[in-house]
Design a protein around this ligand. Structure first.
Ligand code: SF4
Length: 237
């Protein structure tokens, strides 16, 4: 006859090897002999279960949040869009996507102020004949419209449409259509929008320039002309 365990059930105490772990407010039990792999696995599953934030139209206004700060500037790179590009990473994002590729840049106060000196340097870098254009990412470029519009307007004044402008956004195309005038102005002045939050459950590292399959590479000017989403013509995958 098996002994009764401390939970007054027959058989051995099946929880005797288990350790209680709290991961961001969720309680799980893991086998103490496999603590690390089980915690890592549980973290991954919990991340997949969580979703980014969904703002109401015009709920988040750039003027209420942006501190006009820059998380990073990377000239002459090949990874943030087509061709050789100069990338400006602005600070601050409220979408809070689990698995965000740039956690530090979610903070509006992260990094350094945007300066005229930096803007002049970006213009000089873009002036190189082998550079195709500027990429805006973050953080959330559409929550930093003051800085982004200043730079976009300068680029158009200096180069016209000879250099293209790409922007990433956690907002989808449809959401941006219902947004504030500064966001709409910025959208109307760029060439390519990579839209939508990063969704861990749809993560796919084989996609061009995006992290999850819900995100789209949108030809902004064609989409505005046709009043519907037109996907970038050079999309391979
Ligand atoms: S939208 Fe981009 S920057 Fe913002 S939380 Fe999501 S992945 Fe991070």
């Amino acid at each position: 006859m098996p002994e009764k365990d401390k939970n007054h059930q027959e058989g051995p105490d099946i929880r005797s090897n288990l350790v209680k772990v709290n991961i961001d407010g969720d309680t799980i039990f893991v086998d103490s002999n496999q603590y690390k792999p089980q915690v890592e696995h549980a973290k991954k599953l919990l991340r997949q279960k969580r979703l980014p934030k969904n703002p109401k139209p015009q709920e988040w206004k750039a003027k209420d949040y942006s501190l006009d700060k820059i998380a990073d500037y990377k000239p002459f790179n090949f990874v943030d869009g087509e061709g050789v590009r100069c990338s400006l990473y602005v600070s601050g994002c409220l979408f809070d996507c689990p698995g965000c590729y740039n956690l530090a840049a979610q903070n509006f106060n992260y990094g350094t102020p945007y300066t005229q000196e930096l803007e002049d340097r970006i213009i000089e870098d873009l002036g190189q004949s082998y550079v195709q254009g500027l990429t805006l990412l973050g953080g959330e470029p559409f929550m930093n419209t003051k800085v982004c519009l200043k730079l976009i307007d300068r680029i158009r004044a200096e180069f016209g449409h000879e250099k293209d402008i790409w922007s990433w956004s956690g907002y989808t195309w449809d959401e941006l259509q219902k947004e504030t005038s500064d966001k709409l102005e910025m959208l109307s002045k760029i060439d390519i929008l990579v839209d939508g939050r990063f969704l861990e459950a749809k993560k796919d590292l084989t996609l061009q320039f995006r992290g999850s399959s819900n995100q789209r590479i949108i030809d902004v000017q064609e989409s505005l002309k046709e009043n519907k989403v037109v996907i970038w013509k050079n999309l391979v995958r």
